[in-house]
Design a protein around this ligand. Structure first.
Ligand code: XIL
Length: 399
């Protein structure tokens, strides 16, 4: 790990911040209260020595939403929508304002669509499709083949003999249902788990792999392409972000898989990078490593989407102000690197407001405090994370 490089980058960030000044930006520091960034309380000392190293402010000019800042650069910004979108008007208004693309967080998973082996229930996912259409947003699908979020009946009904039939029928029915409406589909999700796998190709031992072998992946893409020849077909995966033993073999295995698929003629069009980041891992983010990976993926002729971005602050022991600055710093650093790669066409956060984040169940804090991993706080006010995303989008090279 080259610490000198990080100090230099930090120094540059500080210099750019002091040049830009405050630019009249206001953000919410605590829920429900919007505080000018020039206020002295913003600079009050906090317990952690990190405080002096962190950028204090992430100034942004103007109030325009993320979706327009993204489209001004030829990019797409959006988020995963929880089922609360149906009932929470403030959430729906914020979503419509900020997002140019919507992906249902759970409504297109097998568990939601398949109450029984014979029945497809599109009621919830159709509602999201209509919301997206009504608010002039793109719509994307997550996910057709995954080993999680399977219905209770799956284990009893699906076996080696009928797995192919289930897979083909599911993909055909669901992709046809939305044919012509989907910007892109996550066809296969999380097929690789390199660090944990005992296979040389790092594939994750899912029921699909056990029943059908490695070429379930190719089959899924072929069937999806037949059902909607226009939509963008994405291979989506996690653990691609840091210079750590979990992620280093993962990048290699995912790249190998994509090469394998391209060589086979599989109709895969893009890599989806989940990017569930961690504010405590800032020092383990290695820009050159990620740039190299993105370049390798792009050289296969693939587009890249950042599909599930969030920054967990589950393990940061500090004040809300310091946590927010750490989260924002991770967002800005990550996005400034990935948006430099021209093959990256879209950024979606996995949720929009801290009120509805999957991380409150998945990675709760020991002190029981609310997590703050998303661009908007629990009251739908913009946080430093929002500023960081806005800044990275604005600085991105135009597509
Ligand atoms: C998560 C949802 O956000 C939760 O609401 C649900 O309980 C579990 O799944 N990677 C993925 C997503 O690909 O589908 C997961 O979504 C988060 C991790």
């Amino acid at each position: 790990m080259n610490r000198g490089r990080y100090l230099t980058r930090r120094h540059v960030l500080w210099m750019s911040l002091s040049c830009l000044g405050c630019a009249g930006t206001t953000i919410a520091h605590s829920e429900g209260c919007s505080t000018s960034l020039t206020s002295s309380s913003d600079r009050s000392p906090t317990a952690n020595s990190l405080n002096s190293e962190l950028p204090e402010r992430f100034p942004v000019s103007g109030r325009s939403p993320l979706r327009s800042r993204a489209s001004a650069r030829g990019l797409i910004y959006g988020a995963a929508a929880s089922s609360k979108l149906v009932s929470d008007e403030r959430y729906a208004a914020a979503f419509a304002r900020e997002c140019g693309i919507l992906v249902p967080e759970n409504a297109l998973k097998w568990q939601a669509l398949r109450p029984s082996p014979e029945v497809y229930d599109f009621a919830d996912s159709d509602w999201f499709a209509e919301f997206a259409r009504d608010h002039d947003m793109l719509f994307r699908g997550h996910t057709l083949v995954w080993d999680k979020a399977l219905p209770d009946w799956f284990e009893e009904k699906v076996n080696r003999r009928n797995a192919e039939q289930f897979l083909v029928e599911h993909i055909t029915t669901v992709v046809r249902h939305y044919a012509g409406q989907m910007h892109s589909w996550d066809v296969v999700n999380e097929a690789v788990a390199a660090e944990r796998s005992d296979r040389h190709d790092g594939l994750h031992s899912s029921p699909w792999l056990q029943f059908l072998g490695k070429d379930y992946i190719d089959l899924a893409f072929q069937v999806a392409a037949e059902a909607d020849p226009e939509t963008m077909l994405v291979y989506n995966d996690r653990w691609l972000d840091y210079d750590i033993s979990r992620d280093n073999p993962q990048r290699i295995a995912v790249l190998n898989l994509l090469e394998y698929l391209k060589a086979k003629g599989t109709p895969v069009h893009a890599l989806g990078i989940q990017a569930h980041l961690n504010a405590s891992r800032y020092e383990q983010f290695n820009p050159e490593q990620v740039r190299g990976f993105l370049r390798d993926v792009a050289s296969l002729g693939l587009k890249i989407l950042i599909t599930e971005l969030d920054v967990r602050d589950s393990y940061v022991q500090d004040t809300i102000e310091v946590r927010d600055r750490m989260v924002a710093r991770m967002y800005e650093e990550y996005l400034s690197v990935v948006l430099d790669e021209p093959a990256v066409i879209a950024v979606l956060t996995w949720g929009l407001s801290d009120r509805y984040t999957w991380l409150s169940n998945f990675a709760p804090r020991d002190d029981g405090a609310d997590l703050r991993p998303l661009p908007l706080d629990r009251n739908f006010n913009r946080k430093l994370a929002w500023n960081a995303i806005a800044r990275a989008l604005e600085r991105a090279p135009r597509r």
